[in-house]
Design a protein around this ligand. Sequence first.
Ligand SMILES: NC(=O)c1ccc[n+]([C@@H]2O[C@H](COP(=O)([O-])OP(=O)(O)OC[C@H]3O[C@@H](n4cnc5c(N)ncnc54)[C@H](O)[C@@H]3O)[C@@H](O)[C@H]2O)c1
Length: 330
Amino acid sequence: MEARRCRTVESFTGKLAVVTGGGSGMGRELVRQLAAQGCSVATCDINEPSVQETAELALADAAPGVQVSSHACDVSDEAQVLVFRDALLEAHASDHVDLVFSNAGIGGAGSFVKDDREDWERTFAVDWWGVYYCARAFLPLLIASGDGVLVNTSSVNGFWATLGPGMPNNAYSTAKFAVKGFSEALIEDLRSNAPQVRVAVVMPGHVGTDIVANSMRARGLPDPEHMSDAQVQELIPADAQAKLISAGLLAEGASADDLRKMLARLAADFRDKAPLTAADAATVILDGVRSGAWRILVGQDAQILDAAVRAKPEAAYDYAELGRMARPDE
Ligand SMILES: NC(=O)c1ccc[n+]([C@@H]2O[C@H](COP(=O)([O-])OP(=O)(O)OC[C@H]3O[C@@H](n4cnc5c(N)ncnc54)[C@H](O)[C@@H]3O)[C@@H](O)[C@H]2O)c1
């Protein structure tokens, strides 16, 4: 039986979209592609210069009549989300919004056991409370649109709570599971109580962005090359260094300078060696929204992992078996 599809979006032209975390990565590309397709956009970021640059880039290729406004806002602070909402309604002289992309996110606090409570709660606050506060702030405006779509970004870590052997991903996965659960719970809620709005949940696999570097920045750290010896040692403590050495990723007796270089390389590789670019990911997301899908998997890696985890949930954390299921022909 074919899955029940929600209303499609014929076109983004003439609509008003909100994009959080528009200063970089998928958020920036969503803003650019929406503007190019005739959609006005209000975008926010905790990093104001980066989101201003996004607005300039988007306006340079925007369809005629499109307005793009940029705003400084920390989505983990409800008061700032409400200021952002009021400012964008004024900037766009609007009493509603048509699309909300809750995209802002950071990584961090992989271990509940070992990492600082403050880091855990920061990651959870941005990735979960940010989505929640935006839903609270914008749902009435999506209802007022008469044809609204709320698009919440979760992750493959919204259905698989690890990054692999020796790489727990606790705070991020907890938040992304919450985003997925909340979004799925909204499906029937909206159908019953606000049928003029629908929800979609986005689950990207590995997408080439600066999220590694931006997440370090969110912890108040400078770029790796400018970190002090104490900062790199705290970020990569002795036991983590030992694991990196045994995995062949770090030389025996590595200096603080070697650690700085390795961190910079990890952040750059995450961006440059990904199977999908941020621009291609944004296209997949917008195609998914247009088609009326409620679950938008981004990337072949996400599709394979999703199929494997759903086929045999008990094997999700048995990496050898999960690998065999993901690559049945090998
Ligand atoms: N890149 C990936 O492989 C990947 C995979 C799965 C899910 N995701 C999710 O996709 C979304 C976009 O990530 P990306 O990879 O494009 O990252 P990115 O770092 O390139 O972009 C995220 C943006 O969010 C902003 N931001 C961070 N904290 C914020 C806050 N408190 N308030 C407002 N803005 C804030 C950052 O400054 C940055 O500009 C995130 O929710 C992320 O968790 C990314």
